[in-house]
Design a protein around this ligand. Structure first.
Ligand code: CA
Length: 439
């Protein structure tokens, strides 16, 4: 576990003025990693960190070799087009680089003149996937989501008996993961026959949905056959991003038994461009509490440290804009808000569970948390929950209604951490748009 250190001092100020503005989201205490280039250019994508409304080009900084030791080695790994090299070095290197960057970006740093020419306006950039994602797993860790969806399919038995023992997951599709700004065609496929025994329908998905999730980027992996114990699990996590698991509910309902989601989920997944490191999230750790009336996690999914501080307080929001709202310049509507701390399982448990059978994780692998719904109305992480299984349209402030997503709808997911006396840590945005089906 990473405890608080000098990089978390809330009083730290940067010589990058915009990083000191209240609630700018990218203060010197954040320093998330991403991969970018000048928009519409032919330049190579390069790693960097966000600071205020700027991004620091780490590939260019590496050329100057400002640091020795672990920080220098970590910076030298930031010259590829993706972050896998840095991720594979492990926590001591990431932490050394964070400390060196924090000191270099602080007000009064002697390195200001070296770094200042390497800053780019974030608004002038385009982003790519921050890592090569070899494998993508999606979990299902919100009990509130599992109950709400389970009730629609099995009113008498919403929660299957394994749920409170096993962090449920499935292997997803890595090739169709895109970065914020992703646009994709409405999927086409088979849906349940109108009457049992007749052939299925075939055509564009009519029940297209989003899922509000976080993504967990694996840093250093584990050899096949060697599990990651829960006590070491977090040291294998590079950081978290926002994730939208686009879901075709009508395709899902027809195909999901007996082997789970397939074409309903693998056509597109969108993530935010910035990865907020676990170290940056340390001030927002919170106790992981399992209700006394529930089964307690098996020993391989539990530790004293994990109980004390294994959850994270991360506020989440879903916003929707439509062709009509954008034409009338109406702001995107907030559909719901929830928090990662409500989840039934936590980050360390997911890695410990994923590897308990000897499965090897690799640098850049991505684990989705599953839809992060809260317990109350207004905290639903998907339309399926908000519309009560497609029965209740959602009224939008500009007069339209939605049951499921229509063509040209844009979903914007946001995540941030805040508490009194500490600068807000933002994950930025994860935006994606549905285009018409290609028939
Ligand atoms: Ca999901």
């Amino acid at each position: 576990m990473i405890y608080l250190n000098e990089t978390h001092d809330p009083a730290l100020q940067s010589w990058v003025e915009s990083a000191n503005a209240a609630d700018n989201g990218f203060p010197i205490q954040n320093l998330p990693f991403g991969v970018f280039r000048a928009a519409a250019s032919n330049a190579s994508f390069r790693p960097g960190v966000a600071i205020g409304n700027k991004a620091l080009d780490l590939a260019a900084l590496a050329q100057a070799q400002p640091w020795a030791g672990e920080a220098g080695a970590a910076l030298a790994a930031c010259q590829d087009m993706q972050l896998n090299g840095l991720m594979s070095l492990g926590q001591a290197h990431w932490s050394a680089l964070r400390l060196a960057l924090s000191r270099a970006l602080r007000a009064g740093s002697p390195l200001q003149s070296l770094l200042e020419p390497l800053l780019l306006d974030q608004a002038s950039l385009e982003f790519a996937l921050p890592a090569h994602i070899g494998d993508y797993t999606d979990f299902y860790i919100s009990l509130h989501h599992a109950m709400a969806v389970g009730k629609q399919f099995r009113p008498d038995n919403p929660l299957l008996p394994n749920y409170k023992w096993v962090p449920i997951g499935y292997h997803g599709r890595a090739s169709s993961i895109g970065v914020s700004g992703q646009k994709f065609a409405r999927p086409v496929g088979q849906t349940r026959p109108a009457t049992e025994g007749s052939p299925p329908s075939f055509g564009p998905c009519e029940r297209l949905d989003y899922e509000l999730e976080l993504g967990i980027f694996v840093g250093a992996g584990n050899p096949q056959g060697q599990r990651i114990p829960i006590a070491q699990a977090e040291s294998h996590v590079f950081g978290l991003c926002i994730l939208n698991d686009w879901s075709a509910r009508d395709l899902q309902a027809w195909e999901y038994q007996p082997l789970g989601p397939f074409l309903a989920k693998n056509f597109a997944t969108t993530i935010s461009p910035w990865i907020v490191t676990l170290e940056a999230l340390a001030p927002f750790r919170t106790a992981f509490v399992r209700d006394a009336s529930d089964p307690q996690p098996l020993p391989y999914l539990s530790s004293e440290d994990n109980k004390a501080a294994g959850a994270f307080d991360i506020a989440l929001d879903v916003l929707l804009s439509t062709q009509q709202s954008r034409a009338s310049k109406a702001p995107a509507a907030v559909l719901s808000s929830s928090n990662f701390k409500e989840a039934y399982w936590n980050v360390a448990q997911l890695l410990a569970h994923h590897t308990v059978n000897g499965c090897n994780l690799q640098s850049g692998d991505l684990l989705g948390t599953g839809t992060l719904s809260g317990p109350n109305m207004g905290q639903e992480g998907s339309l399926l929950e908000m519309n009560r299984g497609g029965k209740q349209p959602i009224k939008l402030p500009w007069g339209e209604e939605r049951v499921f997503l229509q063509d040209h709808d844009e979903i914007i997911l946001r995540a941030s951490c805040s508490k009194p006396g500490y600068p807000t840590i933002s994950f930025g945005e994860c935006a994606g748009m549905v285009l018409p089906a290609r028939l």
